[in-house]
Design a protein around this ligand. Sequence first.
Ligand SMILES: Cc1cc2nc3c(=O)[nH]c(=O)nc-3n(C[C@H](O)[C@H](O)[C@H](O)COP(=O)(O)OP(=O)(O)OC[C@H]3O[C@@H](n4cnc5c(N)ncnc54)[C@H](O)[C@@H]3O)c2cc1C
Ligand code: FES
Length: 261
Amino acid sequence: MIEQNTDIIFNKKVASGTFLMGLKSSEIVAEARPGQFVMIRLRLGTDPLLRRPFSICGTRGDDLFLILYKVVGKGTVIMSSAGKGEKLSVLGPLGRGFKLPEPGRKSLFVAGGIGVAPLVFLAQELKNNLVFIAGYRSSNEMIPMDQVGLGRTDISIATDDGTAGRPGLVTELLESHLAGPADDHPKIFACGPLPMLKLVASLAIERDIYCQVSLEANMACGLGACLGCAVGASKDGDRTYYHVCQDGPVFDVHALDWESL
Ligand SMILES: Cc1cc2nc3c(=O)[nH]c(=O)nc-3n(C[C@H](O)[C@H](O)[C@H](O)COP(=O)(O)OP(=O)(O)OC[C@H]3O[C@@H](n4cnc5c(N)ncnc54)[C@H](O)[C@@H]3O)c2cc1C
Ligand code: FES
């Protein structure tokens, strides 16, 4: 794990309320794995006091990593106004990322909104044999995949308001991709809001499909020290809870107690 003042190389708006930031650190790039995250301090003073967690959305070359983020509150408002030449203190890479599928195995990525971020990094690593489906509330929130380095990826879109792609939820799109025989089902990798992940998990468990999900939780430390990110573990295992920051954020769907989430 590295703690470093990193240079902002760019910070640009890519969709409604959504920014892509490039930060320079050859050390973090060398260690980063898809699904891992960093904790970013957004101001030198005490407001906001806590670092904020963000998935690593990919790397470029050997010294640039990307953060794709949505502006939702005080920290991300500050982040969106930061510019090239400024520095941000970054701690990471943290957590356990995705277990990569064996080569040749088909993968299905399911993203809800800003949940695209860690899956972009995973797609960058896998390169082929993957189908990406992403759901947004509306077309103005769609992430332009060429801007995050996935211009040629096969991607299907669903929007809640029907302004792009298939009208409806991304989980409905997912069901249409799972219509074939069980033997042909791809491995699922998902990230998005909790209600979406619950639906993805129940579909995967019901149909016995291998599935990993990247969870979000409120995180104060990111290091396993505060218990702020605890989530219930499946009753079949030997744990009662997991720290999302250390045991996750990526989990096999069978590891979690979905009813308590
Ligand atoms: C492992 C991990 C990876 C993440 N990756 C990304 C990413 O790649 N891109 C991205 O945009 N965001 C990501 N998030 C969420 C991001 O950390 C929050 O959006 C950010 O901390 C909000 O900070 P803020 O100061 O702007 O908002 P705050 O003022 O802290 O909160 C504003 C609003 O956002 C809600 N909120 C805050 N944190 C979260 C959260 N973790 N999940 C859901 N709602 C939250 C609050 O409840 C509140 O309603 C990730 C979170 C985790 C735990
Ligand atoms: S964020 Fe503190 S224990 Fe996970």
